[in-house]
Design a protein around this ligand. Structure first.
Ligand SMILES: [Zn+2]
Length: 325
């Protein structure tokens, strides 16, 4: 299991008490769907809120789409918002119609309002199961089709999903101080709210641990890059992807993986092994290859190595499932 300890974040990335691997990973892997699991008060929400500030401005065509969507949805659009990547954070009580769109006079939902930006679902397990299941189509297709007897409407819905949840109903499973009083059965029922197919569509699972007050006082291990540097890093990483294939790695079709995700033989055999050992679906396997592509890009490598695949597998190795293992 990929485990990240010692994370404390504040609203602006520059104000991190201590920038550790979680923040760096979260920023580097921006674009890939991500689930953060950790006890309350570890900064999951704050980190998600800081992420839009790292995204580059939208292209002209995306900016136009985002403005049109808001207009159709009747959401106020300020000129200052032009070309800003959207960040939508619906409440967990939201209905399926509010999330994916619909209604008597069909209007776009949150997945469309988040197009070209981020959809943040805090307290993921508190969303109704059927609402979460309705995310599967847009997460896979990058669009959502709503059908009525007489007509159907398709809206764009290409967003990065960032979700956050506690590890158990009380929030303290895994805490060394033994605060958690939830029974294994109760934890299992709690985690069952997130279906396997939905988890399959989330590439990066990170576990966030709590910082002790002593750790909070320690100086950071390395000098902290500021938001501008991080934004530059994210922009460059995205640019590499657009120049090579005209889209983000996340959006590569299965048919184009061979062309754009060349792998060393050891990497290929590791993918095979992971498929067998982790019982990965073809979809999960393709997603792991795309995540490996991003990790190789961050290392400036053309060819994906076994270590990139191993990292991607670790990221995908379900912080959630390991809680019940
Ligand atoms: Zn608990």
């Amino acid at each position: 299991m990929y485990s990240i300890e010692n994370c404390a974040v504040s609203r602006d990335l520059m104000e991190y008490e201590r920038r550790d691997s979680i923040a760096e990973d979260a920023c580097d892997l921006i674009g890939h769907n991500m689930l953060m699991v950790g006890p309350p008060g570890t900064g999951k929400t704050l980190l998600a809120n800081a992420m839009p500030g790292l995204l580059p401005s939208l292209s002209e065509s995306d900016a136009l789409t985002v403005a049109s969507v808001r207009s159709v949805a009747g959401v106020r659009f300020e000129p200052a918002d032009w070309a800003c990547p959207p960040f939508r954070a619906p409440h967990h009580g939201a209905s399926a119609v509010a999330i994916v769109g619909g209604g008597r006079h069909i209007t776009p939902g949150e997945v469309t309002l988040a197009h070209a930006g981020i959809l943040f679902l805090d307290e993921l397990t508190e969303f109704k199961r059927h609402v979460l299941e309705s995310l599967r189509e847009p997460l896979e297709a990058g669009m959502i089709t709503i059908s009525r007897a007489e007509y159907r409407v398709s809206y764009p819905a290409r967003f990065q999903l960032i979700a956050a949840m506690n590890p158990c109903p009380c929030g303290y499973a895994g805490d060394e101080r033994g605060f958690c009083r939830c029974t294994p059965d109760r934890i299992a029922r709690y985690l069952e709210k997130i279906s396997g197919p939905l988890l399959d569509r989330i590439d990066v699972h990170v576990q966030i641990g709590r910082l002790s007050s002593e750790e909070l006082r320690k100086p950071p291990k390395t000098p902290e890059p500021d938001s501008a540097q991080l934004r530059e890093q994210v922009t460059q990483c995205r640019q590499t992807q657009f120049v090579r294939q005209g889209c983000l790695n996340r959006e590569l079709d299965a048919e184009r993986l061979d062309e754009f995700c060349p792998m060393q033989p050891a990497a290929e055999s590791l993918i095979q092994q992971s498929m067998e050992k982790l019982h990965l679906s073809a979809r999960a396997c393709h997603r792991m290859i795309k995540l490996s592509r991003t990790l190789a890009d961050l290392d400036g490598e053309q060819i994906i190595s076994a270590s990139h695949v191993a990292q991607a597998a670790a990221f995908r190795h379900f912080a959630v499932r390991s809680l019940t293992a």
